[in-house]
Write a new protein. Structure first.
Length: 383
């Protein structure tokens, strides 16, 4: 976040640089006419409040005059200085209605909207500013040398405004408290510019927002796309593995869970989290991956693999009663099968122990675990 803020500060002086785009709001040179005399008078007015009144009167009395875009441009700036932000936005909107390519006004209204602290207004004017910038950068480059130079200057300025507008949308998405709002703004930014530099840092927050909003399909689609692209996000890997486990897609479960086990242990403590909390969270995620791999192995009668994964999972899954019970049940089964095949009495005793622990938990495995304890004791004449 700090890097992005530094970037925004770095481009800010450029955004306020003079541009030929703003010069399109020209003031007529004929000051001998009635309208021209009024314009000259208001230009010379030193009092800010009186100047606003004169500008408002001119706009009301001469709505079709060629100078109207200039008048509303002056009003927009004057309203901002007077902290009359609603009026500033309305004036700027009139300028853009007359000239949708007035990027300087789009940017000015965006800054005014930011000053209101209203997310809806900020979003509106970030989008409008992007639209104005896009019209300029998307326009054909003139063939004449002088015109091409002027066009390039305007296009460069428009790109800077567009980048800043994208940053504003990124900030809005990051600051959104409701998942639906974060999703709306993040998707808007991605749709406007799929290659925006601000899409990447929004991926994880958007992924979380999809889950919070109940959009599991979108979350899964994003997770699998990012994993395919090389991401080792433990949250995405675990989510994708869990969804594959629900669908009994053994290949994907194995791929995602093993990748999680390979990459997560070496990850450093995330910024803003202490080491103890990170260790707890990391172990829980590793435990879930081991549990899925262990149950899959048990169901496929790969008893050694089942025992290996489930023993690793056991210390980290006790917070979930049902998963804890299932882990114990399959450990009991795997150790019984291994002990029976190899005549290993220690495995048989472990099978009794795990089934006893499972039988002590109220779960779907409780009744069968009790039967297993009795059967193993009877078979091997254990007390």
């Amino acid at each position: 976040m700090q890097r992005l803020l530094c970037f925004a500060l770095a481009i800010a002086p450029l955004l306020f640089a003079p541009s030929a785009l703003a010069a399109k709001r020209k003031l007529p040179t004929d000051f001998e006419s009635t309208e021209g005399a009024k314009l000259k008078h208001l230009m010379d007015e030193p009092d800010a409040a009186k100047k606003i009144a004169l500008l408002e009167d001119f706009a009301k009395q001469h709505p079709s005059h060629d100078a109207i875009p200039w008048v509303y441009g002056e009003l927009q700036a004057a309203y901002v200085k007077a902290n009359q932000l609603d009026k500033a936005l309305a004036a700027g909107e009139k300028v853009l209605a007359a000239d949708p390519e007035d990027v300087a006004m789009g940017q000015a209204n965006l800054k005014a909207a930011e000053a209101t602290k209203d997310p809806a207004l900020i979003r509106k004017w970030a989008v409008a500013s992007l639209a104005a910038a896009g019209r300029v950068t998307g326009s054909p480059k003139p063939t004449g040398a002088d015109e091409a130079t002027a066009w390039q200057a305007d296009a460069d300025f428009a790109k800077q405004v567009g980048t800043y507008s994208e940053y504003v949308l990124y900030t809005l998405a990051m600051q959104a408290t409701a998942p639906a709002q974060r999703i709306e703004v993040a998707e808007l930014l991605a749709k406007h510019n799929p290659s925006s530099q601000y899409n990447a840092p929004l991926r994880t927050p958007l992924f979380v927002a999809y889950q919070q909003a109940g959009h599991a399909d979108k979350a899964l689609s994003m997770a699998e796309a990012d994993i395919k692209g090389g991401s080792d996000s433990e949250d995405m890997l675990l989510f994708a593995a869990s969804k594959a486990y629900e669908k009994q897609d053994k290949a994907k479960v194995t791929t995602y869970a093993k990748r999680l086990l390979d990459t997560l242990p070496a990850k450093p403590v995330p910024q803003g989290m202490n080491e103890a909390d990170w260790t707890r969270v990391k172990n829980l995620k590793l435990g879930m991956a081991q549990w899925m791999l262990g149950v899959l192995a048990s169901n496929e009668q790969r008893w050694a693999d089942a025992d290996l994964h489930l023993r690793a999972a056991l210390p980290n899954v006790s917070q979930n009663k049902d998963i804890h019970a299932e882990t114990l049940f399959h450990l009991g089964l795997a150790n019984y099968r291994l002990g029976e095949a190899k005549k290993d009495s220690k495995r048989i005793l472990d099978a009794v122990k795990y089934n006893q622990q499972c039988a002590a938990i109220n779960s779907n495995f409780q009744a069968q675990a009790k039967k297993n304890v009795a059967a193993i004791r009877s078979q091997y004449h254990l007390q």
